[in-house]
Design a binder for this molecule. Structure first.
Ligand code: MRU
Length: 345
C-alpha cells in the first residue's frame, strides 16, 4: 500500500485553472484541500506551509507560474511570467528545489514564443511533477537495501508523501520495504515547533499501515542509548557541494547522537536538492520564522512576552556525520565533495 493509495487527495494537483493542495496546516484533524487560483495565493500557501517539504514546494511553485496573469486573462508579456517567478522565489529561502523548479520555468519562458508559452509552461510543471514521482520510487529502491536489516528506524520532520508527489524521500525506502512485507517500525520525532513529525509523518504512515510511534524531540538520545534505534533517516532542504546537509531544525543534534551511539545516519534527497554552487553548509540561507510559532503554538501563550525567542526553521549537519546520502541515482557512502561531484555528473 502506498501513501496515496490511502490518502484520498493528492498532495498537489492542478486542474488548468487552479493549484489544489492538501492543506497541511489542518492535518491530522481534517483532510481538506485549498484551491489557489493566482500567484499570491500560491505564495501564501508556500509561506504558511499549507504545502511544505522541499520537492513539494518546487512542484507547487512551478504550477504557480502557470497561474500568472489576472482576471482579464493569461499574461500578455513574458515579463509578467518573469515577475511571477521572481515573486514566488521570495516565498521560502532554504529549500533549493524551489529555485531549481523556478529556474526550469524561467528557461521555458526565455526559449518559447509568447503564443505557445501557457501550454509549454504547463507541460514543464507537469514534467517536474512526474519526474518527482519517479524520483521517490527510485530513492525507495536505492534506500531499501540500507534499511533491510533494521527493525526500528527514526525519522525527523516529514519527508514523505506530503513533502513530495508520492512516497517522499526519507519515507520512500520505508514504504518500499513495507510493500515488500518487511515489518519496519518507525519512530517519528514530533518536530517542534510546527510538529510535522507528529501531525504529518505519523498521519501518513498510519494511513499506509506502517507501525509508527511519536516521541518528543528530546527523547531520541535516550531511545538510542537503550538500543531501540537501528538507523536514522531524514530528508534535506539543501545539500552543499561538500555534502553538508540543511534539514529541519533538530536534525543536527540527531546526527551527533547517532554518531555517539554508532547508529547509521542516512539522508535521502533527489539531485534537485543539491546546490553545488555552495562550497559548504555555512553558506546555506536558513529561514527564520515567526516568534508566534514557538511562543504561542495553537494560540496558547507558552513564553512570557519579555522573553526573546529564536526560531530558525533548519539547521546544518556536517557531512562527516552523514553515513550515506541516497538519491534517485544511487547511494553515496561517506559523502564528500569529489564523490558527490562524480555522483551528480
Ligand atoms: O519546514 P518544512 O516542513 O518545509 O521542512 C521540511 C523538511 O525539513 C524536510 O525534511 C525536507 O524538506 C525534505 S522533504 C522530502
Amino acid at each position: 500500500m502506498t501513501a496515496h493509495e490511502t490518502i484520498t487527495a493528492e498532495t498537489i494537483a492542478f486542474d488548468d485553472h487552479a493549484l489544489i493542495l492538501i492543506d497541511q496546516t489542518r492535518l491530522p484533524g481534517e483532510l481538506v484541500t485549498l484551491r489557489c487560483t493566482d500567484i499570491r495565493q500560491t505564495h501564501d500557501a508556500i509561506r504558511r506551509l499549507v504545502v511544505r517539504g522541499a520537492p513539494a514546494i518546487g512542484i507547487a511553485a512551478a504550477y504557480g507560474v502557470c497561474l500568472a496573469g489576472d482576471q482579464t486573462g493569461p499574461p500578455t508579456t513574458k515579463q509578467i511570467y518573469l515577475d511571477a517567478i521572481e515573486y514566488l522565489a521570495t516565498s521560502r529561502p532554504t529549500a533549493v528545489n524551489l529555485f531549481w523548479a523556478l529556474d526550469r520555468m524561467r528557461d521555458v519562458v526565455e526559449s518559447t514564443d509568447m503564443g505557445d508559452l501557457p501550454a509549454k509552461l504547463l507541460d514543464e510543471a507537469r514534467s517536474i511533477h512526474a519526474e518527482d514521482r519517479e524520483m521517490c520510487h527510485a530513492i525507495g529502491r536505492n534506500g531499501a537495501e540500507l534499511l533491510a536489516d533494521a527493525a526500528n528506524v527514526l525519522t525527523h520532520c516529514n519527508a514523505g508523501g506530503l513533502a513530495t508527489s508520492t512516497w517522499g524521500t526519507a519515507l520512500a525506502p520505508i514504504y518500499h520495504l513495507h510493500q515488500a512485507g518487511h515489518k519496519l517500525h518507525v519512530y517519528a520525532d514530533e518536530t517542534r515547533p510546527l510538529l510535522q513529525g507528529a501531525r504529518l509523518t505519523a498521519w501518513e504512515l498510519s494511513q499506509a499501515g506502517v507501525n509508527v510511534t511519536v516521541l518528543t524531540d528530546s527523547m531520541s538520545g535516550s531511545l538510542m542509548r537503550q538500543g531501540k534505534v537501528d538507523a536514522v533517516i531524514v530528508g534535506a532542504d539543501r545539500i552543499a557541494a561538500n555534502g553538508d546537509v540543511a534539514n529541519k531544525i533538530g536534525t543536527y543534534p540527531l546526527a551527533v547522537l547517532a554518531r555517539h551511539h554508532a547508529i547509521p545516519f542516512y539522508v535521502a534527497a533527489p539531485s534537485s536538492t543539491f546546490d553545488l554552487a555552495l562550497e559548504n553548509g555555512d553558506l546555506i540561507p536558513i529561514e527564520q520564522r515567526d516568534r508566534a510559532e514557538v511562543a504561542s503554538p495553537h494560540g496558547v501563550t507558552v513564553v512570557p512576552e519579555a522573553a526573546q525567542v529564536i526560531n530558525p526553521a533548519f539547521d546544518v549537519t556536517p557531512s562527516e556525520l552523514v553515513t550515506a546520502i541516497i538519491t534517485e541515482r544511487g547511494v553515496v557512502h561517506s559523502p564528500d565533495k569529489s564523490k558527490l561531484a562524480d555522483h551528480l555528473s
